[in-house]
Design a protein around this ligand. Structure first.
Ligand code: FES
Length: 108
């Protein structure tokens, strides 16, 4: 199976980035967008404790259930919408090929 998936990320300026992401490195979406230099801080390192990795999911992919930690963090975050997710809680698997997300505004 192709270990790369395609993900579209819309940055805070509205520009689309078409990324290819490996599925065999246990990466999450926060790490991918941070590595690509798209302005995502990921301050807590992926512990669901900062919300600086918040994204809006714009495609209708079936994502993993939100944990209580993710729901609690999004409860306290700014700019939350019904399609908000923490990027650090979304691991890159083959079923996410074609995923489209928009990076939420900065938290501070
Ligand atoms: S990196 Fe902190 S909540 Fe995702």
């Amino acid at each position: 199976m192709d270990p790369l998936i395609r993900i579209t990320v819309i940055d805070r300026e509205g520009q689309e980035h078409h990324l290819e992401a490996p599925t065999d490195m246990n990466l999450n979406l926060m790490e991918l967008t941070k590595m690509e230099g798209l302005g995502v801080k990921g301050e807590c390192g992926g512990m669901a404790l900062c919300a600086t990795c918040q994204v809006y999911v714009e495609s209708d992919h079936a994502l993993p259930e939100q944990s209580d930690d993710e729901l609690d963090m999004l409860d306290q975050a700014f700019f939350v919408q019904s399609n908000s997710r923490l990027g650090c809680q979304i691991y890159l698997h083959s079923n996410l090929d074609g995923l489209k997300v928009r990076i939420a505004p900065e938290q501070d």
